[in-house]
Design a protein around this ligand. Structure first.
Ligand SMILES: Nc1ncnc2c1ncn2[C@@H]1O[C@H](COP(=O)(O)OP(=O)(O)OP(=O)(O)O)[C@@H](O)[C@H]1O
Ligand SMILES: [Mg+2]
Length: 463
């Protein structure tokens, strides 16, 4: 055995003998980190040697290298366990699948350990849980458990970071559910680099994956995130696991959103909405009313849109402020809305609706910490901006949905009917929708459906 220093790309996992500013394999900048790896003694590694190795492997192939016919592989429905939080089950695709590996990432203090300890209480009624913490002492976890009211007999806590001891503990305890908090603090003493380094994370994650699959233990890995918001460590970590969940939300607000980024057992479009309070995270079954609570009445620069989060329509408030620019270049800021999309909408307003926003600073904000990525929010952003600019409020009972094109046309969007139903349910009296799409308008008794094909007409009618 011999050690050597290599430089590993955190994006693609390729190794290089020397440091470079740019990874030549995946072209990303500043991603090479120094790692010490243990290598086997250099043997006969010439090309001819490799060839003869391959041929001898071919000749000596045993029974273990036999593939299975696809049609002969028997399947049963995945066994799913409810976590006790239906919002969390929804994100997991209908519950926790036995033997699955779930990575939960999120900012510090967002509530990762809290939610995992909370679900232990429900799962602990029927299954054995091993909670391995590399970050907190047993006393700290107990204090949190007391605060959350978690007292199930089936939960065992182990404060450890060495994976050899953890393996031993797993083989002794044989849990049904394993929680590892966090993957960045665990280390394998046989890998010669610090905990949290690319090779350690890769090693720990693949070891846990093998255990999860072999012994059918549903495993949760907590992952730290980097300053940019992605999970710290190599990209391969996200490839190894079955499900990647991100815990989002503003630290200063109590709403928290769990979003699936990857899910081998369900859709990735679902979100779960929670509220953090002293007794832990509570579910928000009706996100629309939570997002609209405390909405200012009769003030300019606010518009309600109905956005889809997976298959679920959520009403949210978009706020916009336009103030005259004090310096040469106007300042533009967006929170919760894609910056480039917002710039495009500003240009459309300027050109197609004749609002001279180029000499105004503009600020756009989605209330409640939601991120609006779908184009159906365009019309709401445009109306909020125009309302902020003209200083005229949008009538309170109006919601808007629709994508806006460069010529100022309002284009159809998906799930229009579910959006209208949600707006009607939340007491809105009017909804502005694209001309195409809303076919059975008469179906809706309590909401007036106003169809528009161009933003000029919308501007005329509202303001
Ligand atoms: N007594 C309390 N009352 C209300 N909220 C609390 C209380 N104690 C903790 N919290 C909330 O719980 C959060 C910490 O949760 P938790 O420890 O689960 O976060 P985490 O994501 O695991 O953080 P880390 O990355 O540091 O492990 C705090 O930021 C705070 O919002
Ligand atoms: Mg924690």
């Amino acid at each position: 055995m011999k050690t050597k220093t290599v430089f590993v790309c955190t994006e693609c996992g390729n190794e290089f003998p020397k440091w470079m500013g740019k990874c030549t394999a995946c072209n990303s900048w500043n991603t090479l980190v120094e790692e010490t790896v243990i290598t086997k003694q250099p043997g006969k590694s010439s090309r001819s040697g490799m060839k003869s190795d391959a041929i001898s492997a071919l000749e000596n192939a045993g029974d273990s290298a036999v593939p299975e016919h696809l049609k002969n592989i028997s399947t049963t429905d995945e066994i799913r366990t409810g976590t006790g939080l239906s919002e969390f089950d929804r994100v997991l695709g209908g519950g926790l699948v036995a033997g699955s590996l779930v990575l939960l990432g999120g900012d510090p203090g967002i509530g990762k350990s809290t939610i995992l300890l909370q679900i232990c209480q429900h799962i602990g009624k029927t299954q054995k849980i091993l909670y391995v913490s590399g970050e907190e002492s047993l006393r700290q976890i107990k204090l949190r458990a007391d605060r959350l009211g978690v007292d199930s007999d089936n939960i065992k806590i182990f404060s450890e970071t060495n994976t050899e001891n953890i393996l031993e503990c797993i083989s002794r305890e044989k849990p049904d559910i394993l929680i590892v908090d966090s993957v960045q603090t665990m280390f394998n003493p046989n890998v010669n680099s610090a905990p949290g380094s690319v090779s350690q994370i890769r090693d720990v994650a693949s070891m846990l994956m093998r255990i999860a699959k072999t012994y059918s233990i549903a495993t949760f890995l907590v992952g730290h995130v980097t300053k940019e918001g992605s999970i710290a460590g190599p990209k391969v970590l996200e490839h190894i696991v079955d499900c990647v969940l991100y815990f989002e939300g503003d630290q200063n607000r109590s709403y928290r959103i769990i979003r699936a980024i990857k899910n081998r057992f369900g859709s990735t479009n679902e979100i779960g909405v929670f509220e953090m309070n002293s007794s832990g995270l509570s579910e928000i079954k009706n996100p629309s009313s939570a997002m609209l609570s405390g909405r200012p009445q009769g003030v300019p620069g606010s518009c309600i849109v109905c956005t889809m989060e997976g298959t679920r329509p959520v009403l949210a408030e978009i706020q916009a402020l336009a103030t005259p620019t004090a310096f040469g270049n106007p300042r533009r800021m967006t929170t919760g809305v894609d910056f480039n999309r917002a710039m495009m909408l500003l240009a459309i307003l300027e050109k197609r609706a004749g609002l001279h926003l180029s000499s105004y600073d503009t600020y756009i904000n989605v209330v409640g910490g939601l991120r609006m990525v779908e184009p159906a929010a365009d019309l709401g952003i445009i109306i909020a901006l125009a309302s902020g600019f003209k200083n005229k409020p949008v009538p309170e009972e109006i919601a808007a949905v629709g994508e806006v094109g460069l010529t100022g046309e309002i284009r159809s969007c998906s799930f229009l009917e579910s959006r209208i139903i949600e707006a009607e349910k939340m007491g809105f009296k009017k909804i502005i929708v694209p001309y195409m799409g809303a076919k059975d308008r008469k179906k809706f008794k309590n909401i007036e459906i106003c169809q528009y094909s161009n933003i000029t007409q919308v501007m005329k009618d509202i303001f």
